[in-house]
Design a protein around this ligand. Structure first.
Ligand code: ZN
Ligand code: ZN
Length: 354
């Protein structure tokens, strides 16, 4: 019997059919589907393909021919820059990087969100932030450190996700009133059932394994309205990190966010009950559409007592994130100072009281 070869609707790897439980399973991202679900997904993909205008097949050659890759042997970062921009140190761990050659393979992004903040503005944002944080180490924003502030296009996978959600719940409506000497409470119970198709647009996740995920989620949101089809000119003067996590590797993170969002969406439709307890919830990602795009982030990392502190400034919206390192020396100095002041006040009080 000739069996149909299905591609995983989430990461596009080939699915395996398991005769035992009659499901299609993806070994790469862990998704699984029934035959019925696969047929519905296949029909939907065909419909999409018919609706979409034939996109021009763009050549990757310009990107591959004019983009250099620098490698950091200490932390493994792969940094890309165009012919006119050269990298000497790793923006992340500050060690020297070596030029390894041109980009090879499918790393040309489809889209890019151009930087809105130039270097001067970015540095000013860092300075303003420093003014609000007292116990930073002395050289935190030294001239050398300012130079390390890097305009980095972070490789993001931005996904549209189709989610199928089914939820059963016990909903209660409670009302109470008093009549004469009696207090009445009426509780009505409802079997609540929801079946929904939730479509999530533009869920982002960065595809660089050593850039902190929480940091990148904190720097969101980006306004995708300003996104442009990728062209070399946007790269000029900036760096871009080469992604090292493909769609299958990204899927669990996208899935987690999509399931959470769908769960909230469905629960929001049950607000007219006094209380709701969910008895069954089946939320499943049924399909994904991925775009690989570069999003602009001003990045600074600071090495302090063997720990790397990362700071990020959204290159479009100027949203700033990062945890400041506390200089123990300066903090201790402050405490001693404070201690001295307290002692002084006590002495003054002593004098006054005597
Ligand atoms: Zn898969
Ligand atoms: Zn490095």
């Amino acid at each position: 019997m000739e069996s149909l070869v299905y591609k995983c609707p989430n990461c596009y790897a080939e699915l395996k059919f398991s005769a035992k439980d009659q499901t299609f399973t993806c070994d790469y991202c862990g998704s699984h589907f029934t035959e019925q679900e696969m047929q519905a997904i296949a029909a939907q993909i065909e419909e999409h393909a018919a609706q979409r205008p034939k996109e021009e097949v763009q050549t990757d050659s310009e990107f591959n021919e004019h983009t250099n890759v620098y490698h950091c042997e200490s932390c493994g970062a792969s940094i890309m820059a165009d012919d006119n921009t050269s990298a000497t140190f790793c923006y992340y761990c500050h060690n020297p990087v070596i030029l390894t050659g041109r980009v090879e393979g499918e790393y040309r992004p489809s889209y890019v969100l151009p930087f809105q903040l130039d270097r001067e503005t970015a540095v000013q944002h860092f300075k303003d932030w420093c003014k609000k944080h007292w116990f930073l180490p002395k050289d935190f924003l030294s001239a050398a450190q300012q130079e390390r502030i890097t305009g980095l296009y972070v490789p993001f996978w931005v996904t549209d996700v189709d989610v199928a959600a089914e939820m059963d719940a016990l909903g209660k409506k409670v009302r109470s009133w008093t009549s004469g000497d009696y207090h009445y409470t009426e509780t009505r119970e409802f079997a609540v059932a929801r079946k929904a198709k939730v479509v999530l647009k533009g869920l982002p996740a960065d595809g660089a394994s050593h850039i902190d995920d929480d940091l990148m989620e904190a720097v969101e949101p980006f306004d995708y309205n300003a996104v442009k089809p990728f062209a070399m000119q946007y790269l000029s003067g900036f760096y871009a990190e080469k992604y090292d996590m493909n769609m299958a590797a990204m899927f669990p993170r996208i899935q987690k966010r999509a399931v959470q969002a769908a769960d909230q969406t469905v629960r929001a439709t049950m607000k007219n009950y006094t209380s709701v307890s969910v008895t069954r919830s089946d939320i499943k990602v049924m399909g994904t559409k991925w775009e690989y795009m570069l999003l602009p982030v001003w990045f600074m990392s600071y090495k302090y007592r063997d720990k790397i502190y990362e700071f990020a400034l959204n290159g479009q919206t100027a949203k700033f994130v990062g945890e400041p390192p506390l200089s123990r020396g300066r903090l201790a100095g402050f405490c001693i100072g404070l201690g001295a002041a307290v002692a002084l006040i006590a002495t003054v009080l002593g004098v006054l009281l005597s």
